[in-house]
Design a binder for this molecule. Structure first.
Ligand code: DAT
Ligand code: MG
Length: 148
């Protein structure tokens, strides 16, 4: 089963969206494998977004991510990387469909509430960066009611 790294950004935390966001992933049928509530150091945020370091908005992006606590999570399930991105919605909230997290809750690209890994490979990299101590081992008793 696939895993993805999901982070509720500082605006999502401040706006009280933690429960709603977790609910969407949980009810879908994905399994929470790790979670922590934390402030991020600047150098750590720069590492997380290293691929974007050449872009003009990079310094602002890093300042935003360190502006308050975030919720870092790992979710597991079938096709969870792509499906997670669909639950989240398009990067630019005005392009995100209603019913997605960004479509429902965000207006600005620079305040788009949540991060989700964009590929299985990047997901594994991000999980290793955020959760070097490993993940919880468990399987829901409802597993056969969700997965064939
Ligand atoms: P995503 O978060 O959908 O994977 P991304 O990896 O391209 O999007 O960019 C990371 C974050 O950077 C994105 O969630 C919000 C911010 N961002 C992207 N484009 C931006 C822009 N043009 N101006 C300001 N912030 C931007
Ligand atoms: Mg991205």
């Amino acid at each position: 089963m696939e895993q993805t790294f999901i982070m509720i950004k500082p605006d999502g935390v401040q706006r009280g969206l933690i429960g709603d966001i977790i609910c969407r992933f949980e009810k879908k049928g994905f399994y929470l494998k790790a979670m922590k509530f934390m402030n991020v150091e600047k150098s750590f945020a720069q590492k997380h977004y290293a691929d974007l370091s050449a872009l003009p908005f990079f310094p602002k992006l890093v300042d935003y991510i360190i502006s308050g606590p975030v919720v870092a999570m790992v979710w597991e399930g079938k096709d969870v990387v792509l499906t997670g991105r669909r639950i989240i919605g398009a990067t630019r909230p005005w392009e995100a469909a209603p019913g997605t997290i960004r479509g429902d809750y965000a207006v600005e690209v620079s305040r788009n509430v949540i991060h989700g890994s964009d590929s299985v490979e990047n997901g594994q990299k991000e999980i290793a960066l955020w959760f070097p101590g490993g993940l919880a081992e468990w399987k829901s008793n409802l597993h056969p009611w969700i997965y064939e």
